[in-house]
Design a protein around this ligand. Structure first.
Ligand SMILES: [Zn+2]
Length: 186
């Protein structure tokens, strides 16, 4: 009898662990996004087999995403929206660049295999920093590249459920990432 009660206590303790600083959290969610007055589109969908697993409170995620999960427990559902300003920002005209076509030459020829409208390209700036951008337009002698985040100006809508919550191990906190299922294996 006594044994049975203790067993139940342990169970309750595990399932009632709440999401807060340094917890490893797995969530299953559906993210859709839209620019004001446009129809939402699916951006990302996890599954219970492949949930999104992360360490809470270590600065890797949108602060508003974490704020909306704080204090939740396994089995809790969530449904929240994040405005562009609190999400991936508002697009900046300065981040759209008209670049001479020569910058896209490989062996003296325009790289039409890789440089196509709508394609994502990694480029180096003058300081050698790598920037990810989208090919917006290809002209006769120029290419317009958009280096804004693809979700800039987008309202984000997350709907999902908390699948698991546990303490991060000291090693995980040291590495800054999750080990084991949903994380690094090393
Ligand atoms: Zn590691």
């Amino acid at each position: 009898m006594l044994k049975q009660v203790q067993h139940d206590k342990t169970k309750t303790k595990q399932t009632s662990m709440t999401i807060n600083q340094n917890k490893v959290v797995s969530v299953n969610y559906h993210l859709s996004s839209h620019i004001d007055n446009e129809t939402p589109e699916l951006v990302e969908q996890t599954s219970t087999d492949h949930p999104f697993t992360f360490i809470f409170g270590v600065g890797q995620l949108l602060p508003d995403f974490e704020k909306n999960l704080l204090g939740k427990k396994v089995g809790d559902k969530f449904d929240f929206k994040i405005t562009p300003i609190n999400g991936y920002g508002v697009s900046d005209k300065e981040m759209i660049a008209k670049i001479p076509k020569e910058a896209f030459h490989v062996d003296g020829e325009f790289d039409s295999e890789r440089v196509k409208e709508g394609e994502e390209l990694m480029m180096n700036d003058a300081d050698g920093n790598q920037l990810m951008g989208f090919v917006q337009e290809i002209g006769n002698d120029y290419v317009i590249m958009d280096f804004n985040h693809p979700l800039a100006d987008h309202n984000l809508h997350f709907v999902g459920e908390v699948l698991s919550v546990r303490e991060a191990t000291p090693e995980e906190l040291d590495h800054g990432h999750v080990h084991g299922p949903g994380g690094h294996h090393h």
